[in-house]
Structures are given as C-alpha cells and as structure tokens.
Design a protein around this ligand. Sequence first.
Ligand code: HEM
Length: 350
Amino acid sequence: MFSLLKRAPLAMLSLLAALSFAWSLPAYAEQSESQVAQREMTQLAGADFWRQVRQGEQGYTTSQFPEHGTLISTPGQAWYILKEKWMSPAGAVAIFGSIALVTMMYIVIGPIMLSAPRTGRKIKRWSRLDRALHWSMAFTFLTLAFSGLMLVYGKHFLKPYIPADLWGFIIMLAKQYHNYIGPIFYVLLLCVLVKWWRKSIFRKVDLHWFMKLGGMVGKHKGSHPSAEFSNAGEKALFWMLIVVGSVVALSGLVLDFPIFGQTRRDMEMSNLVHMIAALILICGFVFHIYIGLFGMEGALEGMVTGEVDETWAKEHHDLWYHEVMEQEKQEQAVKPVRRVEGVAADEQTS
Ligand code: HEM
C-alpha cells in the first residue's frame, strides 16, 4: 500500500501523458484531412486572390469579435520576423552558450570536491515530499523545455531529415504535450513556493557569499563561505524560478485559452514574452543541472536519498549544520529527563 502511494505521482503523470496522447490522435487525423482541404482551397482560389487578402482589407461578418472581419492580419508580420529572425537564433546562441560555459567550467575549474574525508554520519536534508516536488517539477520542466524547443527549432534540425507524416505526428505530439502539461508545471511551481519560500529569504550572510563568489572561483576557490540551509546562489535561483517561471506560466495560459477576447496582438505579445522568459529559465537551469549532476560532490545524493554526509553539510551549509547539531543536543538533553520522569511516575504508581 505504502509503495503504491509512493508511486502515485508518477502514475498520475504517466496517465495524463497517455490521456493527452489519446485525445490528440483524432485531432491528428482531422488535421491531415483539413490540411489537404486547405491546400486544395489555396490552389483553387489562386495567387491573385491571396494577394488581395494579404492587403489586410476589412470584410464583413455578423460576429461581434473585434478582429473577425480581418482574414489576414498584416501587422502580424512584425511578430513573425521578431520571432523567426531574431528570437529564435538568439535563443539557440544563449542555450549553446550556456552549455559551452558549463563545459568550460568543468574543464577549467573542475567539480567542487569535499576538502575533508566523509564521516559517514548522515544528516536529514530533504523530506520525501520535498524530493517528490523537486523531481516532479524537474521532470515537467525538462519535458516542457524539450517539447517547446522542438516547436521552435524542430523544423530546422529534424523536419528535413524525416518523412513528412512522421514529422507531422511528432510536432502534433509536442504541441499537445506542451498545452496539457504547462498548467501542471505552474501548479507545481506554486507548491514549491509555498513549501520553500521561508528558507529562501536573503540575509546579510548571503552578501558575503556573493562577494566570495560562493568559494567556487579565483582566489576564493575552496574557501567555503558561510551559508544557511540554502546558500545565496540557491536563493537567487529559487526566486528567479518563481518570478520568471510565473511569467512563463501566465503567458502560456494566455496562449492555451484564447477564449477571453485576446486579440492577435495579445497572442503575439504573449508568445514573445513566453519565449524570452522560457529561454532565460532554460539557460539558468543549465547551470543548476550542471552543479547538481557534475559540479559538486555530494549534492545529488541529498536530493536522491534525502540525506547528506556530515562533512558536506559542514563545508557547504555551516550555519544550517550548527543549527541541526544544536537541535540534536537539546533533544538529547531532554531525553534523560523524560526517562527519569517516567521512572518516577512508575515508582509512584507501584
Ligand atoms: C537533472 C536535473 C536536475 C538535477 C540533477 C537537480 C539537482 C538538484 C539538487 C542536487 C538540489 C539540492 C541542492 C542542495 O541540497 O542544496 C536541487 C535543488 C533545487 N532544484 Fe534541482 N535539479 C534538477 C532540475 C531542476 C529543475 C528543472 C528545477 C526547476 C525547474 C529545479 C529546481 C530546484 C530548486 C528550486 C531547488 C532548491 C534550491 C534551494 O532553494 O535550496 N531543479 N536540485
């Protein structure tokens, strides 16, 4: 029963993915038919007809929606150019730049190793709920990033090399996944905010951590500046995730539900904001993932098992370590008193 409960979030996620996949299959079939119809329409109407339409002249409709008279919105061209000619290449440079930078960091600076040997004594750092939240958010974030990047760049690096039908299927899948899982990411983000905001408040000690560049580079390398449960870098990452993540999620919701009177300009603006904010997050998390996977000895085991070695705690989060030790001392001081009280009570009753 307990192991079933443990697997519940994963099972929910798989179920959602399967449902969104199943829902999208009929849409795919319809899309292929409508694509054929559209192609035929275009050919029947001829180039002159579409040239006239592109001039943006307003027509007539009984619908009350502000833009229903406009078949093709000519100012949308500015959005298209901004997205395709500027944002898309700039994003690719930023992502590959971040990956190149962490590779350089690994080669030049190397991973941060523990200075003293491990003591083998384990300290509890992340609860089961913390870990479930972290890995669910990491999974949704990474798969959303992957499907989002496929929507923007797939036509350049995948489409030319695979059959048209397969490409249509992959891109439809990416779109459906992105549309359905996006709101789940926002729910997880709000849960993370509620659970971790308290330990992410900046204090004076964080200023020293920043001034010593976290003890990671230059003359401060290996100096282990003081840190609470979260160091200043982790706090900065946390607030970046909350603020920029909310921008990504809210602009995504505007795009996901175009039923609240959004005009084409609103949709274009949301699309650009969504793209810029998502790229900032992806680049930021390239560094986080590097530190978690390769950049710091002993960090990952905390997020996997929930416990860290005493030496790791002492070197990277000394203020938190002393707090935990103090708490343990107080608990041990209380225990014998309780035992004596228990014995006294037994003697009185006998
Ligand atoms: C393969 C991917 C990832 C790995 C290996 C990883 C690894 C880790 C590790 C080891 C920690 C604990 C650090 C510590 O104990 O001080 C951590 C914390 C955290 N991670 Fe990740 N992570 C990944 C992806 C993500 C993603 C995609 C997000 C968000 C979208 C994320 C958000 C966070 C946050 C907010 C914290 C807490 C930082 C704090 O305030 O202390 N992680 N991660």
